[in-house]
Ligand binder design. Structure first.
Ligand code: MN
Length: 167
């Protein structure tokens, strides 16, 4: 192997390792993997487990849209809830679930996009062994943003049926 090829391979190996840094823990740290900061722990009781939020776009009368970066630790999830004007989730890291009431859960992975219909009762959150990071876009907030309902119980969470994986 000539030295240019050796150097190129070393460079690629270093680049690969550098691109696989874990997500920073605090809002101020530089974030190489997920682009946006992890933000702060969500203290609301509309969540089970530990989740983090960094608001990216605050709602205003020009855009009527709020956008937040949300990270769920393993097993963390939202309560059941609905959005009067729907919601779009862009999955940027990890693995988790989206479930509409009465339907099997949908497995979420990096690169997935979820279009949540207006008023559909649902929850989203992390898988048992993995964290999940998504960008949540809530449009048309002049119609209302979120109506919170009951928690997703451990029994419900432990008995998730994933679409396409169960008989
Ligand atoms: Mn939602």
């Amino acid at each position: 192997m000539n030295s240019i090829i050796k150097f190129s391979l070393l460079f690629l190996a270093i680049l690969f390792v550098a691109c696989n840094n874990k997500q920073p823990e605090t809002a101020g740290e530089k974030n190489t993997e997920n682009v946006f900061p992890k933000g702060d722990i969500i203290t609301s009781n509309n969540f089970t487990g530990t989740a983090w939020l960094q608001m990216l776009v605050n709602n205003d009368s020009t855009y009527n849209t709020s956008i937040g970066n949300v990270t769920f630790e393993p097993r963390a999830r939202t309560n059941w809830h609905k959005h009067p004007a729907g919601q779009i989730l862009l999955i940027t890291d990890g693995r988790g679930y989206y479930q509409e009431k009465g339907k099997p859960a949908q497995l979420l992975q990096k690169g997935d996009i979820v279009r949540i219909p207006p008023d559909a009762e649902h929850w989203h959150g992390a898988a048992p062994e993995c964290s999940l990071t998504h960008i949540a876009i809530s449009p048309n907030t002049d119609k209302g943003s979120v109506i919170w309902l009951e928690p997703v119980s451990d029994e419900e969470y432990n008995n998730i049926k994933v679409a396409g994986l169960d008989p």
